[in-house]
Design a protein around this ligand. Structure first.
Ligand SMILES: [Zn+2]
Length: 222
């Protein structure tokens, strides 16, 4: 593992992801591959919470937005009506390797990030996750069990939960029915610099300095 730690710690997310799997993946496991999003969505969620602790919530938001774009790429690649882009796909007689994509990671994350915003914010949602992990430790879990547990944990917010388009999120191909909100501070810094580059004439190029890039983290630069 030390080999993936770059000098500026930009690959710390990879480590955070694998550490998070000790809770969501090893301790609590998806029962079938159709429920793979339970492993990966929760793990990406925890990975980004760790990113947020290390680099601040704006950075977590920036990574979350990057995940939405990655999901868009996957949906474009598979096609927006392809059932393999369902969060909970039917993998009966489907080659699991052919089905592999970032969909369970990023659609799963987007659902949890959306629920976090609906249900009262990061701290409230982390309380749910801790209880979920304790409740299902050393067990395997299905999406239905996860959802039943979510409803029982937020029994004072059932009305909010009933307004979630569960079928749209879980059993419909393409992009999710709702896009979560993202803090755009860091993304906008990239867009501004990009626009300056695009609009610059060759004679202006000397106005760009290494300092422009230094203000952006390596994640923003890629
Ligand atoms: Zn993973």
């Amino acid at each position: 593992m030390p080999t993936v730690l770059a000098g500026d710690r930009s690959l710390a997310s990879v480590i955070a992801h694998e550490i998070s799997h000790s809770w969501t993946g090893n301790l609590v496991t998806n029962r079938t591959w159709e429920n793979f999003w339970l492993n990966e969505g929760h793990t990406v969620y925890l990975e980004r919470r760790i990113d947020g602790l290390l680099y601040g919530d704006q950075f977590r938001q920036f990574k979350a937005l990057g995940g939405w774009k990655e999901l868009q790429n996957a949906v474009n690649t598979f096609g927006a009506t392809n059932p393999l882009t369902n969060l909970v796909p039917n993998l009966h007689e489907v080659d699991v390797d052919a089905a592999f994509s970032s969909v369970p990671y990023e659609k799963g994350f987007a659902l949890l990030f959306y629920l976090e915003q609906l249900l009262g914010g990061p701290d409230v949602f982390l309380g749910f996750l801790k209880t979920y992990i304790q409740a299902f430790a050393y067990k395997s879990v299905t999406t239905e069990e996860w959802k039943t547990f979510l409803y029982s944990y937020f029994k004072d917010k059932v009305e909010i939960l009933d307004n979630v388009d569960w079928n749209g999120w879980m059993h419909t191909p393409g992009m999710p029915p709702v896009q979560p909100k993202y803090d755009m501070t860091l993304a906008n810094a990239c867009i501004l610099l990009g626009n300056r580059w695009t609009e610059a004439k060759a004679s202006d190029l000397s106005s760009f300095t290494a300092a422009d890039l230094k203000e952006l983290s390596s994640h923003q630069q890629t």
